[in-house]
Design a protein around this ligand. Sequence first.
Ligand SMILES: [Zn+2]
Ligand SMILES: [Zn+2]
Length: 370
Amino acid sequence: MKAVGVFPGRKEVGLLAHAAPERTAPDHVKIRTIEVGVCGTDREICTFDYGTPPEDSEYLVLGHEAVGEVVEIGPAVKGLKPGDLVVPSVRRPCIHSNCTPCRADRQDFCFTGDFTERGIKMTHGFMTELFVEEERHLNIIPKELKDVAVLVEPLTVAEKALAQIWQVQGRLPWMNGSPEPGHGRTAVVLGAGPIGILGAMALIVNGFKTYVYSRSAEPNPKADLVNSIGAKYVSAQQVPVKEFAKTVGHVDLVYEALGVADITFDVLKILGLNGVFVFTGIPRHKPAIPVEADNLMRDMVLKNQIIVGTVNADRPAFESAIRDLGVFKKRWPKAIASVISGRFPIDAYRELLLGKATGIKNVITIGSYS
Ligand SMILES: [Zn+2]
Ligand SMILES: [Zn+2]
């Protein structure tokens, strides 16, 4: 089979011949890959910053944002049948019996660090024609979402973040019990990439008045998209943080989807009373930058603030992402379709992974729906 992979030992990225996988356990499902999203993580793996092949392989097949069609099921598979559309999750539990999160299917909180991740860490990914997966790591997708299903995995970042936010803000009991828990509250999204835009959509659906603060000057297509869903785009290049703070007023929540510290710590200064700041981006290793640590510490205490970091996602986050994508598609059919900025054949992998980052979410089309 054709596959896109990296050889970290030889520092090479290439199209390779990968053996077709077989089902080896009764709960295994064989899936034909339809689409795979390309993201910053894939691009970073191609700079050999991280990304580890399986123990018995020289290469790692890339790709962790996939949608596929079930072609074969093992005898113990209960909830899936050939023809079903599925989105796999990414992280697989470690094997240690004392890792309570992994043993409770919460490998997103694995504390041994020995988890694996498909297409990232010690397990092949989905940028290939077929893959095999345990049923419990697959999420079924309604057929009417097939054209946007490749966005499920990136949307789980916001969904897990929101689940954490509701838990953290459970400390403010007067906030609980509303069907639109963000109603009357203001959120700031940092960054207008796919994680930021999908996060903004999720925040709006939950009732937040939402601003997206991102570097690029207006006008630009991402700003247009953001404004079209009822969020307000503000360019960090054109509006400094101090001025931005005046427009926004009280900031209840900041959802960081930028992966760089400088703007992020500037915006931390404008977080309001009882506010939550969620980090989702992973900065590259860089020299230290000056931070107004005393002022930030003072604010954190005097304003009851909380900073939460979040990585990976559990099954409920996938279920929420699938449900919300349905909501987004009804509410903003044009905007959600345009989050997918391009669909490319597998042979275009080099430009997508190693070329200049363009568009919002670029997708490699590998198979077609039956
Ligand atoms: Zn990704
Ligand atoms: Zn674990």
